[in-house]
Write a protein that binds this ligand. Sequence first.
Ligand code: CP
Ligand code: NVA
Length: 312
Amino acid sequence: MSAVLSLQDSGPRHFLDLKDFSAAQLRAMLDDAAAFKRSRANPTRKPLAGKTLAMIFEKPSTRTRVSFEVAAKELGGDTVVLSSKDMQIGRGETIPDTANVLSRFVHGILLRTDRAAKMHDLAAHASVPVINGLTELSHPCQILADLLTFEEHKGPVAGQSIAWVGDGNNVAASFIEAAARFNFKLRLACPEGYQPRPEVLAWAQAEGADVALGQDPAWAVENAACVVTDTWLSMSDSEDEAAARAKIFAPYQVTNALMGKAAPGAIFQHCLPAHRGEEVTAEVIDGPTSVVFDEAENRLHAQKAILTWAMG
Ligand code: CP
Ligand code: NVA
């Protein structure tokens, strides 16, 4: 059990990164997500009754915002959605003061920010659970939805092979952590200079994860049951880099030809929003191997499992 989990035993149940959890805890959350999906029409549980989740967005969001809002409400809770530019943190109120004040009003706080340090500061000072709604370094809520989707289409993920093609970004980092905890093989093809942070890979390797990094998309997708990509320019990256990145990442576009090199029946995943003609062709993302809208829907079911664990 990690140090964070030891703290969670006595303090708030933060959901910050997948590596903070044991394999058994994450498996239980994923199974709970599947159960929430099955029972959506006839819900038997209202674990958030009388509870309110505050969500602070320093960056845009469609899926995270709507899925958490609907999830909290379907679980019997309520939400307050805030943009940091409308809050006093936008004019310099400190994160510790904000954490203390919100902890008196609400029962959980989700934060989307491009400074992970802010999220950790919030978690350190909040007396209610803090949920990572995406930082520049990770996106753990997304990966639970991705694995729920994978298992619906391909069966238990343990021992199977997933390929990540493109930018070694925040979503890739959470996939690496997931590979260690869910015991699947992960091959990442990322151009030089855009590879996942060495400490994330080192952590996974120290955990015994079957994770390998290369630069060749064809190598990464060989025998993969699922091919995953994401935008070439994340919200935390400068728009000024767009043209240079488009050139560097061009060989990493997920095409039908690349999908043809994966295992027969391989599926395509993308956390969305997508850019057709950049990281993926329209024929792939709108074609028969794509499960991106199941993946988007599964955010809702996965968020319910996370909210129940953290606040229920
Ligand atoms: N995938 C995802 O997190 O989408 P949003 O940015 O719309 O929340
Ligand atoms: N890597 C993307 C994910 C968006 C959900 C970003 O950070 O912008």
